[in-house]
Ligand binder design. Structure first.
Ligand SMILES: *[C@@H]1O[C@H](CO)[C@@H](O)[C@H](O)[C@H]1NC(C)=O
Ligand SMILES: *[C@@H]1O[C@H](CO)[C@@H](O)[C@H](O)[C@H]1NC(C)=O
Ligand SMILES: *[C@@H]1O[C@H](CO)[C@@H](O)[C@H](O)[C@H]1NC(C)=O
Ligand SMILES: *[C@@H]1O[C@H](CO)[C@@H](O)[C@H](O)[C@H]1NC(C)=O
Ligand SMILES: *[C@@H]1O[C@H](CO)[C@@H](O)[C@H](O)[C@H]1NC(C)=O
Ligand SMILES: *[C@@H]1O[C@H](CO)[C@@H](O)[C@H](O)[C@H]1NC(C)=O
Ligand SMILES: *[C@@H]1O[C@H](CO)[C@@H](O)[C@H](O)[C@H]1NC(C)=O
Ligand SMILES: *[C@@H]1O[C@H](CO)[C@@H](O)[C@H](O)[C@H]1NC(C)=O
Length: 902
């Protein structure tokens, strides 16, 4: 009987082998860490070097003594003791669950005889401490619920622990719904045991298990007992076992023969929660019934294993250090065919996406690589950051060149401490008003000139250090209202007194030395310097802000912003007009009809109403007003842009702007047909482009019906770049668009592209300085980070925004999203490393397989150069055109040679 059984088993194993080999190995990733060559191993698994997935660490190999089967094994070790040392493995191909297997080998590769100790994290969770003095090699297996596109597997040095070292990393997708311990993705599993019960002839894995789990033989686990002869059913119906164990594993079992109970005693590494899966298959000629006990508790009574059927039992056990699985006989012989035991590890919550993207933008604006990747708080906080759980509570960025406190700082709502000393900050203290938890603010050793109006909103502030700045004027009364403030350092500024009496209290220490004259008394003693030269003659008090909170404050902020923006426009328009005046004596309203409007015509409001059929069909809405479709008497379609009241200019400024717009004519710029300035309305009439915007066609409404081919995208890019080139270089006027984005690139019937919305452009004459300083304007996601921090506007800011448009074209997505994972929120940060590495898997799926690789490479490179942080390193728009034209013609050649039609 025995022999019969094993013969059949042998046959089954062989047939199973052939069935499986043909279909799987999908999604497997097997990295030979520190390796330099690819190879296929004896299980027919393909191994590749790890260099693509890791950017740190040194490569070496373990050399085995002569006479051993293999001679050497590559390993990678990490001598740098700071920061996270991580593999970043894409998991976008894996739908829900992945097995991660790592092997750590020391074997005295460095000849020092000191096996290292270090800890390992997966995503945000610290999973384990590897101690190669205890086991060498040390193998870890994790089951990870895929919750982001990139899985970071990182190593963390322990003081005096030596260098982390790894020899292999394997990823194996697992069946969906398997190993479920929680409804969300907040737990991962760390393997303790996976036993092929009743089998003692070595471990089984791929290709017998298509998921390449390693099923250990039963012999290591005492009491050791191997099943004798059982009947075999080769086609168990496994549909109700989510884990899909391989049939061959279920074909053997440990079966109780003589004793009353079948017992597995399994020691565990840590006291904690464990997930136990038991597999039962009806391989006996009878249907046994038994109770299942774990550590003495009945977890299933009267459990019956029906003949020919297979089932599993999953149990979560809390707070145990040892596992005792007992099957207690009721009827016939209890049996178990396989078992798995996993430690349950909590995955710490990720920080909020707002926080992560804010920090990424801040990192970008420093121009430094701070090593800020993945999650800021877990598994260990980033450098310069401290956390409380998943909240970022402290940020210290000093001795860098930050220049302004950008609005992004206002998104770090959980901050309790902010230290920006010696960060070259200038101007006023701004964008911090929303940080309601802030207790400690250190802005010392900068060039800050004004308190601004937001300090008074920091209701929890305790420590405020403003020493060694260039603050001048008087100290605002409102500081005294900060009830928790107990330390205020104003030393070495240019302030003058008197200090508000509200600061004169026992609980508050105020330091004032090194100022012009800063005391609580209103008279300065005669020894102090006279404040005449260095202080302004007039002190302007900013009006107190209403304390009735958030919404109103935000609203007021917005209105103030709009007013400020408007006044800048007004101011520049006035400047322009002043200049105009000199050369043009007509300045009154009656001048409208006499100015040279080129081809633009003047409409009456009545005509506009008729043209738009009383504003019947809105076709868009911009920041400055609504756009309606219009139909001119001759049948020509136009886009009629009606300005919101708020965004209106003074009549003279408007006319001057129109005069400017009417001078600009280029085939790649949307042209002005006319305007109306009547009945308090300011209306601009543009040619109408029926093809929608580039954004519509890439990922908006139009993209659902038709995909823009790569060659079309390139043609559009060339067109739009030509339009910008004309603005920058094409006439005596030097115009910076300031709001280049894919929704401002419009298409006509023939898919020719034209740039629109340059009405708000800042015009510069050659006589102007090389830059203008103005308020930050533009659209989030397209904003030049340097413009953000320096507030100096140049043509290179347009180039940056245009680079973002090119990235959109390549990837087919918006510049900012809040879906997916934090790594991918910001298009520039996400796409740049891939594209620079020539990794085109992030190219828009809709155009994959239809583009010439060189054409894509050139476009990707010019896009990446355009979004360089340092404006000096960005190309000019004419250089961009040259590259795009080249990419375009490469793609045309490719299409012609491959017989594609676009
Ligand atoms: C190894 O795998 C490849 C596909 O990955 C398959 O074509 C080949 O037949 C396999 N070879 C063996 C010996 O199983
Ligand atoms: C690791 O590599 C770097 C650069 O390749 C080298 O400078 C360093 O000495 C190496 N460290 C060790 C411990 O081998
Ligand atoms: C994802 O799958 C695609 C197609 O199946 C393949 O070309 C690509 O290499 C895979 N990516 C990874 C990271 O496995
Ligand atoms: C497997 O069992 C499930 C229910 O347990 C049943 O719905 C399914 O039809 C069975 N499949 C086969 C092939 O017998
Ligand atoms: C395991 O549990 C069984 C029944 O609960 C008990 O009889 C046995 O002594 C236990 N063994 C150990 C080692 O705890
Ligand atoms: C187990 O099943 C037997 C017979 O099927 C029954 O007599 C007994 O009461 C059951 N025990 C429990 C605890 O359900
Ligand atoms: C300020 O930072 C610069 C680097 O940006 C550094 O060279 C300088 O020593 C720092 N000054 C102080 C006072 O820390
Ligand atoms: C602020 O930073 C400066 C420079 O490091 C330091 O000297 C000062 O003590 C800090 N202030 C407080 C209140 O910690």
């Amino acid at each position: 009987m025995d022999r019969w059984f094993f013969n059949w088993l042998g046959l089954l194993v062989i047939s199973a082998f052939f069935r499986l080999v043909l279909c799987y190995q999908d999604g497997f990733l097997s990295l030979s860490c520190g390796g330099t060559t690819s190879y296929v191993d004896s299980s027919n698994i393909s191994w590749t070097p790890d260099g693509y997935y890791v950017s740190t660490g040194n490569m070496t190999s373990v050399v085995f003594p002569e006479g051993t089967s293999s001679t050497s094994l590559p390993v990678r070790f990490f001598p740098d003791s700071t920061g996270r040392k991580c593999y970043r493995v894409p998991t976008s191909n894996i739908s829900s669950l992945v097995l991660v297997r790592t092997q750590f080998v020391y074997k005295n590769y460095d000849g020092l005889g000191k096996p290292p100790v270090f800890s390992v994290s997966l995503g945000t969770a610290i999973t384990t401490t590897v101690n190669l003095a205890h086991n060498d090699p040390w193998i870890e297996e994790f089951i990870w619920p895929v919750n982001k596109d990139i899985l970071p597997l990182c190593f963390h040095s322990i003081p005096n622990g030596g260098f982390p070292v790894i020899s292999s990393l394997e990823l194996r997708p697992l069946p969906e719904g398997a190993y479920r311990v929680s409804d969300s993705t907040d737990k991962l599993l760390r393997k303790s045991y996976r036993i092929n019960c009743g089998y003692n002839d070595g471990a089984l894995r791929y290709p017998l298990d298509p998921y390449d789990r390693i099923w250990d033989a039963d012999e290591d686990f005492s009491p050791y007992h191997v099943s004798s002869a059982f009947e075999i059913q080769s086609n168990f119906n496994l549909s109700n076992i989510k884990e899909s164990p391989p049939t061959v594993v279920l074909q053997t079992a440990r079966v109780l023969a003589r004793w009353n109970s079948l017992i597995y005693r399994l020691p565990l590494d840590n006291q904690g929660y464990y997930h136990v899966v038991l597999y039962f298959a009806g391989i006996l000629p009878v249907s046994p019934t038994f109770d299942v006990l774990i550590n003495g508790d009945i977890v299933q009574s009267n459990y019956t294993v029906m003949r020919w059927e297979a089932n599993s039992l999953s149990v979560i056990v809390k707070g145990i250090k040892n596992l005792n699985i007992t099957l207690k006989t009721i009827n016939y012989y209890p049996l178990v065919n396989a078992l798995e035991v996993y430690e349950i590890v909590d995955i710490p919550l990720q920080s909020s996406s707002t926080t992560v993207s804010a920090l990424q933008v801040i990192q970008q604006s420093t121009g430094l690589d701070l090593g800020w990747q993945d999650d800021p708080c877990s598994p260990t906080p980033w450098e310069h950051i401290e956390c409380d759980g998943n909240l970022v509570t402290s940020l210290k960025l000093s001795d860098i060149n930050l220049r302004t406190i950008s609005p992004t700082f206002g998104d770090l709502l959980d901050l309790k401490a902010l230290d920006l000393h010696n960060a070259s900050l200038a101007g006023e203290i701004q964008n911090l008003g929303g940080l309601q938890h802030l207790e400690k603010l250190n802005l010392s050793f900068n060039q800050i000139t004004s308190f601004g109006s937001e300090l008074e909103d920091l209701i929890n502030i305790q420590v405020l250090d403003l020493q060694n700045n260039s603050l001048h004027g008087t100290v605002p009364e409102s500081l005294g209202e900060l009830k928790d403030l107990h330390f205020l350092n104003l030393e070495n500024n240019k302030l003058q007194g008197p200090l508000p009496q509200s600061l004169n209290r026992e609980s508050l220490e105020v330091r004032t030395s090194g100022n012009l004259c800063l005391t609580f008394s209103s008279t300065c003693n005669s020894h102090s310097r006279t404040p005449s030269l260095e202080t302004p003659q007039v002190t302007i008090f900013t009006p107190r802000k209403s304390k009735s909170h958030s919404h109103l404050a935000v609203l007021l902020g917005a209105v103030a912003g709009a007013v400020l923006a408007l006044s800048v426009i007004l101011f520049s328009a006035l400047l322009y007009m002043k200049k105009k005046k000199a050369e043009n004596p007509y300045t009154s309203r009656s001048a409208i009809n006499m100015q040279n409007w080129n081809s633009a015509r003047v409409f009456t409001y009545k005509e506009i109403k008729a043209t738009t059929n009383n504003f019947k069909e809105p076709i868009g809405r911009g920041s400055f007003g609504c756009v309606y479709l219009g139909n001119l008497p001759g049948g020509k379609l136009v886009a009629v842009k009606v300005r919101f009241d708020k965004s209106q200019l003074g009549a003279d400024s408007f006319i001057n702007e129109v005069s400017l717009l009417s001078q600009i004519h280029h085939q790649n710029l949307v042209s002005l047909e006319g305007f109306c300035c009547e009945s308090k309305q300011q209306i601009l009439v543009y040619e109408y482009l029926p093809g929608g915007s580039l954004a519509d066609n890439l990922y908006g409404a139009n993209s659902k019906t038709m995909t823009l081919s790569w060659v079309r995208r390139l043609k559009i890019a060339v067109d739009a770049a030509k339009g910008l080139d004309y603005l920058h270089n094409g006439s005596d006027l030097r115009i910076i668009h300031r709001d280049v984005k894919s929704s401002n690139i419009l298409l006509d019937k023939e898919m020719n592209a034209k740039v629109c919305d340059f009405g708000l452009s800042k015009q510069m004459t050659q006589a102007d300085a090389s830059h203008v300083t103005t308020v930050v304007k533009g659209t989030a996601g397209y904003l030049d980070p340097e413009y953000y921090s320096t507030q100096q506007l140049t043509e290179k800011s347009d180039v940056y925004s245009f680079g973002v448009v090119l990235l959109e074209m390549i990837c087919g997505r918006e510049p900012l999203t809040h879906t997916g994972t934090p790594d991918s929120f910001n298009l520039v940060l996400w796409a740049k490393p891939y594209l620079q590495a020539g990794a085109f898997e992030i190219v828009d799926d809709n155009i994959k397989g239809t583009f010439d690789a060189e054409s894509m490479r050139r476009t990707a490179l010019i896009a990446c150069r355009s979004v360089e942080r340092d404006a000096l390193r960005r190309p000019s728009i004419s250089e961009v055109i040259t590259e795009l034209k080249e990419a375009y013609s490469l793609q045309l050649t490719y299409l012609a040679s491959s017989g594609f039609v676009n």
